[in-house]
Design a protein around this ligand. Structure first.
Ligand SMILES: [Cu+2]
Length: 255
């Protein structure tokens, strides 16, 4: 091993250490979990018999994603985002689009965040006709048919708006929920109810969790430099909306 090689290796190690320290210091997370307490509503499996193309992609019954709970109370598909604490800051929308796929006559993902004027790329992966209908109230409603094999439909939501239901006029069980948020600090809980908001600068924040059936839950969180913070959200049957496949929360204006 030459002296030059060792010198370069030491230099590289030093740079990596510096990078790691910088990344850790600047990249603080808020992590937590969403859980449900009480007796959850029971939703019937989706019957897709009306369209053989849809039914053909599902070997068994398809559970609706509107309420996706585990036995331990973990809630999937809870949207978590910062609603206060970032005043005076502006964040550019990512250049990459959010992709919404219609696959097996379900929307993938079921819940998603998008920033104002970020592109939404709606893809049809099914050999059938879909019709994506965004029931926006603050933004403009749109309703676009998309036959099999057609190119993606591109749309944008220029204004902040929480909870825009997307439905399909061809397949009444299809439903997704979009949340248009003016900052990039949002996440959707996974099957274990976990979420993580990455890269929040130190400060005091209001964090809101929205579930399309169970309503909202709010936490105040203080983030200190270099220290991950925690915020868990609890939902209960008492705050649940009446069962029904298309019960929707009213649109909410964000700051
Ligand atoms: Cu459809």
């Amino acid at each position: 091993m030459t002296r030059g090689f060792i010198s370069r290796a030491l230099h590289l190690t030093g740079c990596l250490t510096l990078l790691t320290a910088t990344a850790l210091f600047g990249q603080v997370s808020v992590k937590g979990r969403a859980t449900f307490k009480g007796t959850p509503p029971k939703l019937k499996p989706i019957a897709m018999d009306a369209d053989p193309v849809c039914a053909g992609k599902h070997p068994g019954p398809t559970a609706p994603e509107t309420v996706a709970l585990k036995a331990d109370g973990s809630i999937k598909n809870v949207f978590v985002y910062v609603t206060a604490g970032l005043e005076g800051k502006t964040f550019p929308a990512p250049a990459a689009p959010v992709v919404l796929d219609q696959d097996g006559c379900t929307y993938k993902p079921h819940v998603f965040g998008i920033m104002p004027n970020q592109s939404l790329k709606i893809v049809n992966s099914d050999a059938t006709t879909h019709n994506v209908h965004a029931l926006a109230e603050v933004n403009e409603e749109f309703n676009v048919g998309q036959q099999k094999g057609q190119p993606p439909v591109m749309r944008k939501f220029p204004k902040a708006e929480a909870t825009i239901p997307l439905v399909c006029n061809q397949h009444p069980w299809m439903r997704a929920v979009a949340h248009v948020v003016t900052n990039p600090f949002f996440a959707v809980t996974d099957a274990d109810g976990n979420y993580e908001l990455k890269g929040l600068p130190p400060g005091k924040y209001t964090i809101v969790a929205i579930h399309e059936r169970f309503g909202t839950s709010t936490q105040q969180v203080t983030v200190a430099a270099g220290k991950p913070a925690a915020a868990d959200f609890s939902f209960g049957a008492a705050q649940a909306f009446a069962p029904g496949p298309f019960t929707v929360l009213p649109a909410v204006m964000l700051p």
